[in-house]
Design a binder for this molecule. Structure first.
Ligand code: BES
Ligand code: MN
Ligand code: ZN
Length: 484
């Protein structure tokens, strides 16, 4: 099989003059009553022009794209729709365009537009055939100040989303825990100052990572523990530890999943992918904040060596769990990693991200992540960071009346009590976060898309990678509690 990494992104350049002989893209705003930006005189058929976000029309060799009201979300949608339209006739059209932007275009608009352009044409296909011709680069032409920096950062965010998508889309016959670890090492090697350590099943046994070993025990492909370290710059700054679920395939184990939809569980390491991609994005931007990424990686499989419902397992650090359903494997591997972080890494902030529960997918649908937090400042930072990079989060409660349900008669904690599944899973994880301000991001819904919308295409979405990078940046700017 061809090495599918990494999918090339459309390049976004910045200049203040047009290139001779290169077709142009004009921008129209304002809905059906379109208002054209610079270059309006090039339009040959004004009737075809719409200012609706994402509408496109051909004007000779040129194009017009609508940006609606000009909100960042409109620009993101417009960038994505534009590259899809340009890709659709790249076979006979051009592979580069000059995009004429107003000189007073806002930074947030340029950032969102760049994200849309870079990600909207994303494709993942394993094939022996030649890939089709696609648009390669778009040059933003504007005299607005600071645009190059905005584009650079947006490109880093887009690359993180794209890497995360590539990792999650890779099929599980290729992607086992060792493959995921090797992919992390390979991607991190390209970034100066970013360290990666990969621990194998022998180390996990010595260190008593009972959750990872139980979940990974049914597979012929042994688990791994991936640790990425960005030491920060200067005195390091606050220490943010990110933990991502790295289940490279989830059969459900002995509590096996129904056949319908099981194939989608190749993306059950999307949280881990977001963490790997976020560390790369943080290091690329050389942020003055210390960030550690932990990815417990395992394949949840069915075999004679698989763990069973009714087992009691001992996590890293000694807490015991009564297993009631081997399909609730994510929380078991995360528990080990959270305990490891609390014991060894002295985090100031702890965030885990996981495709954890089908219940959360039912609760919030496919476009919004569930956000649980023990700290209001952290919760606000996550939600606001997400809003700035086009990922939406909704705060969920850690309900006090359900806390007793995670207690077990035969162990310290019970893995899956009855009741609202997303919340009880979060309450289980909280047991392992110690006193550290902690957030849990359940991305079971938005980690996958079933159709194209905005900058998203069907398949793995890379959701959360951008939020995590932007979150780290908030600690670089304002390290102390400012809210709550
Ligand atoms: N990986 C699944 C959750 C999931 C479901 C993610 C659908 C994306 C789409 C997780 O490991 C799981 O199986 N959770 C169970 C928990 C239950 C057994 C308590 C679930 O949600 O059904
Ligand atoms: Mn499962
Ligand atoms: Zn799972």
């Amino acid at each position: 099989m061809r090495a599918p990494l990494p999918t090339p992104l459309v390049t976004v350049e910045v200049a203040d003059t047009l290139r001779r002989g290169v077709p142009a893209v004009l921008v129209a705003s304002g809905g059906d009553e379109a208002r054209l930006g610079p270059g309006a005189e090039r339009v040959v058929d004004a009737d075809d022009v719409s200012g609706r976000a994402g509408a496109t029309s051909r004007q000779g060799r040129d194009r017009v794209v609508g940006v609606g009201d000009g909100a960042p979300g409109d620009w993101r949608k417009a960038g994505a729709a534009l590259v899809r339209a340009l890709d659709a006739d790249a076979a006979k059209g051009a592979t580069t365009y000059d995009v004429l932007l107003p000189d007073d275009v806002a930074g947030e608009a340029v950032a969102a537009f760049t994200l849309g352009i870079a990600l909207g044409g994303y494709r993942f296909k394993v094939t022996g055939e030649e890939p089709p011709k696609r648009v390669k680069s778009l040059r933003l032409v504007t005299a607005a100040p600071g645009v190059a920096d905005v584009v650079r950062k947006a490109t880093t965010l887009a690359a993180a989303t794209s890497l995360s998508r590539d990792l999650a889309n890779t099929p599980s016959n290729v992607k086992d825990p060792a493959w995921l670890a090797a992919a992390a090492v390979k991607a991190a090697k390209a970034v100066p100052g970013l360290r990666v350590e990969v621990r194998d099943e022998k180390w996990l046994a010595e260190q008593r990572f009972g959750g990872v070993l139980a979940v990974g025990g049914g597979s012929a492909r042994p688990p791994r523990f991936i640790e990425l370290t960005w030491p920060g710059t200067g005195d390091g700054g606050p220490h943010l530890v990110l933990v991502g679920k790295g289940i490279t395939f989830d059969t459900g184990g002995i509590s096996v999943k129904p056949a319908d939809g099981m194939h989608l569980m190749r993306t059950d390491m999307s949280g881990g992918a977001a963490v790997i991609a976020a560390l790369i994005g943080v290091a690329r931007q050389s942020l003055p904040v210390r960030v550690t990424g932990l990815v417990p990686a395992a394949e949840n499989h069915v075999s004679g060596s698989a763990y069973r419902p009714g087992d009691v397992i001992t996590h890293y650090g000694g807490t015991t769990t009564e297993v009631t359903n081997t399909d609730a494997e994510g929380r078991l591997v995360l528990a080990d990693a959270l305990a490891y972080a609390v014991r060894n890494l002295r985090p100031d902030v702890l965030v885990d991200v996981a495709t954890l529960t089908g219940a959360m997918k039912v609760t919030l649908g496919l476009r919004t992540g569930g956000l649980f937090a023990t700290d209001d400042d952290l919760a606000a930072r996550v939600a606001e960071a997400g809003a700035r990079v086009g990922e939406s989060w909704w705060r969920m409660p850690l309900l006090a009346d359900l806390v007793e349900d995670v207690r077990s008669d035969i162990a310290d904690v019970r893995q899956c009590p009855p009741g609202p599944g997303g919340i009880t899973a979060a309450l289980f994880l909280r047991e392992f976060a110690g006193d550290v301000p902690w957030a849990h991001l359940d991305i079971a819904g938005p980690a996958r898309a079933d159709k194209v919308y905005d900058e998203v295409v069907a398949g793995a979405t890379g959701f959360a990678a951008r939020t995590l990078i932007e979150l780290a940046e908030t600690y670089a700017a304002t390290p102390t509690n400012t809210i709550g």
